[in-house]
Design a protein around this ligand. Structure first.
Ligand code: ZN
Length: 668
């Protein structure tokens, strides 16, 4: 038993370490799949030994129920903002003010840390447990966003202070941010789904924290980095940097870029050094913060009504530049979305040369009133994607031209149509070469059919030479056809053919995800595959059957129907089937799990499980849970005071079981 306990603890430590590498350092050491394997191993051990499940286990990080509205909470210690400065001289002036405030003494060191462009939050731990997470709000009161924050993997639910030194109350302050790479992926998906992209990672993170459904927050994969403290009880160490180091040992992520320096000259050097590397960090940074390190000196210095006097933010120059719009190109995406891209005279922006920028869509062009020849302001949104933000007045040349909306696809010359919302223009030719390229890349991608060796350069050649006109054509490629292509030898051709053949058995969920059916991402594809089992059952499902599926809404249902009702969709399925691609769900793997394919509703209070633990146990046993009873529910677990869900279950004739029976079924 001790062995298993140790094994579980080791796995949890490993998973937490990888969470941190992934979300805070942006330097993962293992693939997503290896990570999932660790998680599966932990879940399996915990399912076999439910008595060893602890609330702070990574498996327990399931999203709670949606809330109606956020409660307002009063901060124990006000959340002040930080005064800003923009040049070296004002930074020296700050140092002089600090010395005056300390009766002429030099402060005992400064801390310099990145100013992360995220959303400020306060995390309150009582006896080491996270009891409240709140937004800054107006500085005195904020929103209680605990349920959302609990879905953020790097934020510990419990501080791992094993030396017993965790203060009774400790409030950690920091920034919730959307890691740049994950933000870009999410935005690309939004565009594919016809949704308005977020302007930058900060707006995206702020909008996400305001979501009432924690499941949405969990899916967005936000991260967090700590930088300060609110209320703290008990004896403090002398320095903030010591407290930070202690909390870091207990699991709170602080920035690895923080430096402790002796004086303001060294602080300035640190700021300059940091400016050179800040674009390599996983989060957007708009400056550096300099803080007095010693707590007693902070106390002596105090605060104005708005800012603490012991810290200052040095902001890097705004990442904007002027350029001239030379022309507009149109790019065609995987689902036919046509995006206008501005071609600019090259300008330096945030350390890179920018010669094109996004114009997003045709509404945006109209809003800006921009013409070819105009002088425009280009900005790096969240310092990542350059975009045209405004037209400079009075600089329009007489020969400025309006930007035309293309009447045909710029790649295939096929017909185009406006989206339902009217914002996006799409090429509607299913044979469009541009779309085919993008679709094949997506299809071969790691989270879809995962075809190794089938990279963008090879896909381009396959499309250009006409060897591949359809997904299914991949499966009939031969060594002889591939060998003559550029950068291809006999051995690499054989590797490609083998990798393609190896993808035939990925299962229905990945095929569905790979086909690029609008609104059907990886998660929806998995649910559809699990629920319907094989492609024929799915193709035969009416809109009402689809909507009755947990988590499948009317938009996804309509899109799935459109796909299976279209000639092109049916043809795709038939051809893939004929090519030997497996079109059934992965029941083989799930079959071994005791609750495989079962939909469970839990109601009332259970004596041996928290709600989160019960949900996790169902999931670990291969089942899924829903918050309301429907005809799709296999059984309801009723604890004490079960309420209306049990009534509904009786009305629908759904089986109701007690906790003892539930425990039995988890192990069956
Ligand atoms: Zn086209």
């Amino acid at each position: 038993m001790t062995d298993i306990r140790q094994q579980i603890e080791t796995l949890r430590r490993e998973i937490r370490r990888h969470d941190r590498l992934y979300y805070v350092e942006a330097a993962p050491e293992i693939s997503d799949r290896q990570y999932d394997r660790l998680m599966d191993e932990l879940k399996a051990l915990e399912t076999a030994h439910p008595e060893l499940i602890t609330p702070d286990s990574p498996t327990q990080r399931v999203a709670g129920e949606p809330v109606e509205a956020f409660a307002t909470v009063t901060h124990a210690a006000a959340m002040l903002s930080i005064d800003n400065t923009y040049d070296h001289e004002s930074l020296r002036e700050f140092d002089r003010r600090v010395r005056r405030g300390l009766d002429g003494r030099a402060p005992g060191g400064y801390v310099v840390e990145p100013k992360v462009d995220g959303v400020a939050v306060n995390l309150r731990y009582e006896n080491g447990r996270l009891v409240l997470a709140a937004t800054r709000g107006d500085g005195r009161t904020g929103d209680d966003i605990t349920a959302n924050v609990r879905t953020i993997r790097v934020i510990p639910w419990r501080l791992r202070g094993d030396d017993g030194g965790v203060p009774e109350v400790v409030e950690v302050r920091g920034e919730v941010f959307w890691p740049t790479a994950l933000f870009l992926q999410a935005n690309a998906r939004r565009v594919e789904q016809g949704l308005e992209p977020f302007a930058n990672p900060r707006n995206g993170a702020a909008g996400t924290l305001k979501q009432l459904d924690p499941a949405v927050v969990k899916e967005r994969r936000l991260s967090f980095v700590a930088h300060g403290f609110g209320e703290i009880s008990g004896d403090l160490p002398e320095r903030a940097s010591q407290l930070a180091a202690r909390l870091e040992r207990w699991g709170v992520p602080f920035s690895g870029e923080t430096t402790i320096v002796a004086d303001i000259d060294a602080a300035w050097e640190a700021i300059e050094a940091f400016a050179a590397i800040r674009h390599t960090l996983p989060y957007a940074v708009d400056g550096a913060v300099v803080k007095v390190d010693r707590f007693d000196e902070r106390e002596d210095l105090g605060a104005t009504s708005r800012f603490p006097r012991w810290c200052i933010a040095y902001k890097y120059e705004a990442q904007q530049a002027r350029s001239v719009l030379l022309d507009v190109d149109f790019q065609v995406g995987r689902l036919g979305t046509i995006t206008p891209v501005a071609r600019l005279t090259p300008v330096q922006l945030a350390g890179t040369t920018v010669s094109n920028a996004s114009l997003h869509n045709f509404d945006q062009i109209e809003r800006l009133g921009v013409r070819i020849g105009d002088t425009v302001v280009v900005e790096k949104a969240g310092e990542i994607i350059p975009q045209v933000v405004e037209v400079v007045d009075g600089r329009r040349p007489p020969d400025a031209r309006a930007i035309g909306v293309p009447g045909a696809c710029p790649v295939c010359q096929g017909p185009v149509a406006r989206d339902e919302g009217g914002v996006y223009l799409r090429c509607v030719n299913p044979e469009c070469g541009a779309q085919l390229r993008e679709r094949l890349r997506w299809f071969a991608g790691r989270n879809q059919m995962d075809i190794e060796h089938l990279g963008p350069a090879l896909i381009d050649q396959l499309v250009d030479t006409g060897l591949v006109k359809h997904f299914a054509d991949l499966y009939t490629l031969t060594d002889e056809q591939l060998t003559p292509l550029e950068r291809m030898g006999r051995q690499s051709a054989r590797n490609v053919v083998e990798a393609i053949a190896g993808s035939k058995d990925r299962g229905l969920a990945r095929v569905l995800a790979g086909l690029g059916i609008r609104h059907v991402g990886g998660r929806a594809a998995e649910i559809l595959a699990e629920t319907f089992g094989d492609v024929d059952a799915l193709a035969a499902a009416g809109p009402e059957d689809l909507v009755a599926t947990h988590e499948i809404g009317p938009v996804i249902a309509a899109s799935v129907r459109r796909f299976f009702d279209s000639g092109a969709g049916r043809d795709t399925i038939e051809r893939l089937k004929a090519a030997g691609v497996r079109m059934t769900a992965d029941r083989a793997a799930a079959g071994a799990a005791p609750l495989a394919g079962k939909m469970v509703v839990i109601t009332g209070t259970l004596s041996g499980f928290s709600r989160a633990a019960a949900t996790a146990a169902v999931k670990a046993a291969g089942g899924r849970t829903a918050s309301s009873v429907s005809a799709k529910t296999d059984f309801v677990v009723a604890g004490d005071s079960p309420g209306s869900k049990a009534d509904k279950a009786r009305a629908l004739g759904v089986e109701i079981i007690d906790e003892a029976e539930f425990v039995k079924r988890l192990k069956a």
